[in-house]
Design a protein around this ligand. Structure first.
Ligand code: A2P
Length: 343
């Protein structure tokens, strides 16, 4: 059996990767629709050796579609997801629009695939930093529940979209030529710089990105008890995020046990060579499916603490790959029939 798939936001950083992954993973496609804004109408993109036209999104675009992979921002998803569901499609949404909606499953296939079964037409793809952390922490949490997580992130430009990636390159060459960097997409120059994540701040001084790590991780893990705090920072890296993660358990967790668990955990690749100080790096995580984890060590400040370091491709596992894995899960478990229309 093959499926009619639409990509909403096909021309963006994540959309382009979705297209590549559908091809390279040989997702069973009967028909592919590429949707974006009116700015992109008339363009075409390559898929399986063919040029496929990009259409401006409209109501009719969702007719006769089984799966919509949406990655065009929260407001676009809010506008179009219900239209697509009404027309019988299942929407896998990469935006933050529905993630905390109790009726919408928030799924990382390595962690909570079973949650997808309860969908009512929309399944949310978590925030990128959250996905990467969840893939690495869940296998440990399965063995010994984690009580507290302290995360510091080093987030690439790709999280702000294709135009932000281009802007970092332009800023870098401007600075190398002695010109001032121009920031139009990002709030401040990112080349040769970094800044705290610029999502809106709450009354407690946490930005939205940090609160996504807190709230989404709890929802994915199915545990409101875990205490989580994060500091999210944008760094001048193109497309892989890094995270320093401190974990606190109720009893000590040996480094050896943690390494053994992570060594066979799905979606994780252990990368450590202590002799040469070689650990995960964003340039090596780029283009890879796995979350690279290393520098696993005892926290010297707490007997029940572990420290670890990870890097993961923000566009792949942080977004497009996770969404495709959800689509594959729906196919494999026969979950494509939207429950909302199944009476
Ligand atoms: P377009 O290229 O036509 O602007 P990124 O995350 O890399 O910035 O990409 C965002 C994606 O979302 C692009 O494909 C973009 O299309 C699409 N997009 C943005 N706004 C809209 C909109 N209002 N309607 C449909 N697609 C949109």
């Amino acid at each position: 059996k093959s499926y009619r798939v639409a990509i909403l936001g096909a021309t963006g950083a994540v959309g382009t990767e979705l297209l590549e992954l559908l091809e390279s993973r040989a997702f069973p496609i009967a028909e592919l629709k590429l949707l974006a804004s009116e700015r992109s109408a008339g363009r075409s993109l390559r898929f399986n050796g063919e040029n496929i036209p990009v259409e401006q999104v409209c109501d009719r675009a969702f007719e006769n579609v089984d799966i919509v992979l949406a990655s065009a921002g929260g407001s676009t998803s809010k506008t179009w997801a219900s239209v697509a569901v009404e027309k019988g499609a299942v929407v896998i949404d990469n935006s933050s629009a529905f993630r905390m909606n109790p009726e919408v499953p928030l799924v990382v296939p390595e962690v909570n695939p079973q949650a997808a079964a309860n969908h009512q037409g929309i399944i949310a793809n978590p925030n990128c930093t959250t996905i990467l952390m969840a893939v690495a922490v869940w296998p440990l949490h399965q063995v010994k529940p984690v009580q507290r997580i302290v995360a510091s992130t080093y987030q690439s430009a790709s999280g702000a979209g294709a135009r932000a990636m281009a802007e970092v390159k332009t800023q870098t060459s401007a600075i190398l030529q002695g010109q001032p960097p121009v920031a139009e997409v990002l709030p401040y120059p990112l080349a040769f710089n970094l800044f705290p994540h610029n999502s809106p701040l709450n009354d407690l001084g946490y930005c939205e990105e940090e609160m996504k790590m807190v709230n989404e991780t709890r929802k994915i893990f199915g545990s409101q008890q875990i205490r989580i705090t994060a500091t999210c920072v944008r760094v001048p890296v193109l497309r892989a995020h890094s995270e320093a993660i401190n974990l606190e358990f109720a009893t000590p967790f040996s480094v050896e046990a943690a390494k053994e668990i992570l060594n066979s955990a799905p979606g994780v690749k252990l990368v450590e060579d202590w002799k040469s100080n070689y650990f995960p790096m964003p340039i090596e995580a780029t283009g890879k499916d796995e979350v690279l984890v290393g520098r696993i060590r005892q926290d010297i400040s707490h007997p029940c603490g572990l420290e670890l370091w990870l890097c993961g491709d923000q566009i792949r596992k942080g977004a497009a790959l996770n969404a495709i894995q959800i689509a594959e899960l729906l196919v494999e478990k026969n979950l494509l029939k939207p429950l909302v229309n199944s009476h």
